[in-house]
Design a protein around this ligand. Structure first.
Ligand code: URA
Length: 237
């Protein structure tokens, strides 16, 4: 269940995920700007992007992190109004340490550009912070994260949401929808719709760009147009 780690507003991180009690001095307006305070007597919470990266790199709450190169956290403006959430980093993202830089990311960039939305205007992240794969020869083949792994990772995504405070979350596919809404959401039945979370945040449901890349060419253009239609509900300003 989403948020099992939270007691009220106090986030209790497991020992492996705790971070320094004296984080680096923050640069005002910089990426390591402190974003929230820690209530007295509670375990340190993640309060900057740098701290989040450090903590997720170390995270071993599920087995995925052991095999990945690094954690891949979200990127984008600190005050982005829109946060797009994918499933997990792929092979290229795992190596680069950046979300959506491979083929799915290129398709996402193309769609955003067609809608007049600069990628630099939105925050782009993933439900799961490490790349899950199986080795076939030398190739690392993507494996879908389990429900348990999605749940274990959800508090990191929630930290990002708490930092950025977006007005609209965009669930790209079923894993993101499950993480953001805390339950299974049939994507095809809900695509293009904006659902509401218990905390009031709005979640636009749509397909993951990788799903579009798997559509056979005769149907791909149409599938892409429908996806653009879903995404046209985004207003980053
Ligand atoms: N797929 C995702 O869900 N996220 C990425 O960052 C890349 C591919």
């Amino acid at each position: 269940m989403r948020g099992t780690r939270y007691r009220g507003d106090e986030r209790h991180l497991p020992a492996t995920a705790q971070i320094s009690k004296s984080p680096r001095a923050a640069k005002p307006g910089g990426h390591d700007e402190p974003l929230e305070t820690t209530a007295p007597g509670t375990v340190e919470v993640v309060r900057s992007r740098v701290a989040l990266k450090r903590a997720t790199d170390r995270c071993r709450e599920c087995p995925i992190g052991e095999h990945a190169t690094q954690a891949v956290c979200g990127e984008g403006p600190r005050k982005a109004l829109v946060m797009l959430v994918g499933e997990q980093p792929g092979d290229q993202e795992d190596l680069a340490g950046k979300p959506f830089v491979g083929p799915a990311g290129h398709l996402l960039d193309r769609a955003l550009a067609q809608l007049g939305i600069g990628r630099d205007k939105v925050f782009v992240s993933n439900a799961v912070k490490h790349f899950k794969f199986e080795l076939r020869g030398k190739r690392r083949i993507h494996k879908t994260p389990t429900q348990r792994e999605i749940t274990a990772c959800s508090h990191w995504l929630e930290d990002e949401i708490a930092m950025v405070q977006p007005q609209l979350l965009v669930a790209l596919g079923a894993t993101a929808a499950r993480s953001l809404l805390g339950k299974a959401v049939p994507v095809m039945a809900n695509r293009g719709q904006i659902l509401q979370r218990e905390d009031g945040r709005k979640v636009l449901i749509t397909l993951h760009p990788s799903a579009l890349l798997r559509v056979p060419p005769p149907d791909r253009d149409n599938a892409y147009r429908e996806w653009l239609h879903d995404l046209s509900r985004i207003n980053p300003h």
